[in-house]
Structures are given as C-alpha cells and as structure tokens.
Design a protein around this ligand. Structure first.
Ligand code: NAD
Ligand code: MG
Length: 415
C-alpha cells in the first residue's frame, strides 16, 4: 500500500514500518510475524499526555510494553509528574516555562529529566530515539511540534486534528517529502483508513463521516444552552474543547477538512451522517454501491492501539460491541439549520487558503469564551461565521501566512 486516494504519505511504508522478515509480538498463527516499530529500539513520545487521548494512549502503550521517550503537558505539573512516576519516560516537558522548577521538584529522585517551553516540546517530538509520536495536544498549539516530528521523519499517530485543519496541505507535503507514515487516531478517520486498506482511490465514490450528534441533538432551542448541558456528551468521554465542538458539530466540521487532507478527497465528496449510538465509526462508499464500515465501541483505545500497532490488529483492552444487545443502529441527516458548522466547513474548504485556519482559530476562542461563561452558546456559530466572512483570500499560503491568520483571528475575536 503505497498510496491511498492520491495521498502518498498516508499508509506509505515510512520510517520504522514493520518489516515482514523480522520476528515480533504482533504475529500469530502461520502469518509471518511483524516486528512492531518499537522493537527497533525506538520509543514513543506522547504530546499532550495529561489529556483524555493521553490517558488512553498510556493505557494502551503500557499494555503493549511500548517504551516512552517523552510525556508532555501544558500546565498540569502534578498530573504530568504522576504519569512520569507511573510510566517512567526519559523526559517530561511542561509547555509553560514558569512551571519548570515545580516540575523538577515533583520529579526529584525519579531519574526523569524535566524541561520546558515550546522548543523543548519540538525536541521531545523530534529526538533521534523517538520512533513514533502521538499528537494529543488540543488545538492549534500542537502545530509546531507536529511539524517538527514530521520533518524529523517520525511515524505520526495524529489525534490533534486542528493542525491538519489549519495547515493540512503543508503537513501532508512535508510528510511525503520526508517519507513519513501518517496514522489517523480520530475514530472516524481510523475507520475510513481501515475501510480503504487494499483499495484503489479510483474505486471510491465518497467518504461518510458519522457523528453522534452530540449532547444537543434533540434540543430544539439552542439559545439557552448551559455549559454543563453542552459538556454532557452522550457517548464519548473527552476533553472540554472537543466536547463543545461535538455539541456545535464543529468537531465534524473540522473532521471534514481533516479527512480531505488525510485521504486526498475533496470536501464535496465527504458526507456526514448522524449516528447517535457511535458504533459505526465511519464508512467508505465505493462506486459499485458497496458501503464499507468499521464498527467498535466508543472507546478511543481501539483507534489509538491500531495507530500504534498498524498494520496489525492485536489483542487489546476493548471487546467488540455486542450487536444483539443493541436496541438498534440509527442514522439521520445532520440538521444544518440548527448546527451551521458543517455548512461553514464546506465553505471554508471551497475557499481554501487560510479560511480553514481562520475557522479553527475563531472556533477556539469562541469555545473558550463560552466555557468561561462570557458568551452564550449561539455566539460560537456567530463568531465563526463572521470571522470567515472577513478571512483574507490567499492562494497557497505559507506557514507564516497561516500562523499570522490564526493570530489575527484570535486577536479580533477573543472575548
Ligand atoms: P484534553 O484537553 O483532554 O488534553 C489536551 C492535552 O494538551 C493536555 O495534555 C494539555 O496539557 C495539552 N495542552 C493543552 N494546551 C496546550 C498548549 N498550549 N501547549 C502544549 N500542550 C497543551 O484534549 P483531548 O480530548 O485529549 O484532545 C486532544 C486532541 O485529540 C484534540 O485535538 C482533539 O480534537 C483530538 N481528539 C480527541 C478525542 C477524544 O476522545 N478526546 C477523539 C478524537 C480526537
Ligand atoms: Mg472524531
């Protein structure tokens, strides 16, 4: 598999790809054993280790015996230190430099080296002993370390979708240039990745992303939605930002653009289907009328483990869902009148340039303002809509253009 849907980087045999000739834990029966990448003496860095994806990643990596190079966090010193005591990486990085003395003190006697700041985050991702990086920072803040890891040729397990939304063209071009394997962690994209394996891009008619519909799917009047209501996700347990994104369907909007870059399929051929049970994680529609889907429990450890063990499905902590115990799997079209995020995503994708970065930045600041109780729920849509109307129209923006558009959007729309 060297190319999926015109995206040579995705699934291409990259650095550390398992080789069929070597022995390893992933083999079974009379299939040739494939050595997992970490048997080549390489380690995993988890960017954003103290978050929801970080927790699930460390659960999976500990079960598989994956050695850790670095764990990072933004400000959660105590949690980072506790994770380091439990999982014994070589390095701990705290994003906020003022917290370095605290981190050092908390790690005293452990042998774990402490460092801090943006450059240290990039080094943690790009160090020579690193074989793979799990990107689990939330938001645009993950862009520099994502790019640093790609440029250092690391296998990329990408959960942190916002950098792909902002700068997908650049990240994918750099991945192709550096021979990097990109493995999607987002459950929908992992599902699509699995449904595409072994198929030619020409066979695909469209990609179908499923959405739970979020906590407000059945709330007709969104004007009075409280923070607590919007944070109450019916099927997934996640960080606050992505949970609000699920309530607005902005998460699905970001995922359309994420899928466009990962799979090289234009947004107009990426559909969204609301599926409240979150069991069918996404689908690929083939030209012959076949729909291929991947099913699983709503537990991120499944797609995280597949990204870490690709191309093998190995035993893990999550059992398959019992389909006979389910009342039914239902599907409905999204309500774009109540939830205009999807319409904005298709418009931003059509405009291209920095529009997706502006959409992402406006959403990030609007979500913070809502979570801080400063603005009503519906302000999130209004903010993103107005920011997109004013987005500069740039063809093929540079990284500097994208970073500037992100900063300018935050400056204008922060509350
Ligand atoms: P979270 O809020 O639970 O954790 C975020 C992590 O990033 C924490 O470790 C935090 O310390 C770190 N961080 C935050 N701001 C930072 C900054 N400015 N600099 C450096 N580090 C920073 O988030 P999460 O729910 O784990 O989501 C992480 C990413 O994965 C997001 O991009 C999200 O969209 C994506 N994702 C999450 C899920 C899920 O189930 N949680 C599913 C699919 C995709
Ligand atoms: Mg998702």
């Amino acid at each position: 598999m060297t190319e999926i849907l015109g995206t040579p980087a995705l699934g291409a045999p990259g650095l550390g790809a398992p080789s069929a000739s070597s022995a390893g834990v992933a083999g079974s029966g009379d299939r040739p054993a494939l050595a997992p990448w970490w048997h080549a003496g390489k380690k995993l860095t988890v960017l954003g280790a103290t978050g929801s994806i970080g927790d699930s990643t460390l659960d999976v990596s500990a079960r598989l015996g994956i050695p850790l190079h670095a764990l990072t966090a933004h400000r959660q010193v105590d949690k980072l230190a506790a994770l380091c005591r439990q999982h014994r990486p070589a390095l701990a990085v705290i994003g906020d430099e003022s917290l370095l003395p605290q981190l050092r003190a908390a790690l005293a006697g452990t042998g774990v080296v402490a460092s801090a700041g943006a450059a240290a985050l990039e080094e943690a991702a790009a160090a020579p002993e690193v074989g793979a990086v799990m990107t689990a920072i939330v938001g645009a803040a993950g862009l520099p370390a994502t790019l640093a890891a790609v440029r250092a040729g690391k296998r990329m397990c990408i959960a942190n979708k916002e950098p792909l939304v902002m700068a997908g063209a650049l990240i994918m071009a750099e991945a192709a240039r550096c021979g990097v394997t990109i493995l999607p962690v987002d459950s929908e994209h992992s599902a699509i990745f699995q449904c595409l394996e072994g198929h030619h891009p020409d066979e695909v008619e469209r990609l179908v992303l499923t959405a739970s519909g979020g906590p407000l799917r059945t709330v007709m009047d969104l004007s009075q939605v409280t923070v607590a209501q919007a944070l109450k996700h019916p099927t997934w347990t996640m960080g606050a930002k992505i949970t609000i994104d699920s309530a607005t369907l902005m998460n699905k909007a970001l995922e359309i653009i994420e899928a466009q870059w990962l799979f090289g399929v234009p947004a107009e051929r990426i559909a969204v289907l609301v599926h409240p049970q979150s069991v069918v994680h996404s689908l690929v529609a083939y030209r012959d009328g076949s729909l291929m889907a991947q099913l699983g429990k709503p537990d991120m450890r499944t797609p995280i483990q597949y990204a870490l063990t690709w191309p093998r499905h190995v035993a893990g902590p999550v059992a398959a869902p019992d389909l006979t115990a389910m009342a039914g799997l239902t599907f409905e079209p999204p309500d774009t009148r109540r939830f205009p995020s999807l319409t904005m995503a298709y418009a931003a994708a059509a405009t291209g340039g920095v529009a997706p970065a502006v959409m992402n930045a406006a959403n990030e600041v609007a979500v913070v303002a809502f979570l801080d109780g400063k603005t009503p729920f519906l302000d999130i849509f209004r903010t993103v809509e107005r920011a997109l109307e004013q987005a500069p129209n740039l063809r093929e923006p540079s990284l500097a253009d994208i970073v500037a558009a992100d900063a300018e959007t935050r400056r204008i729309w922060s509350r």
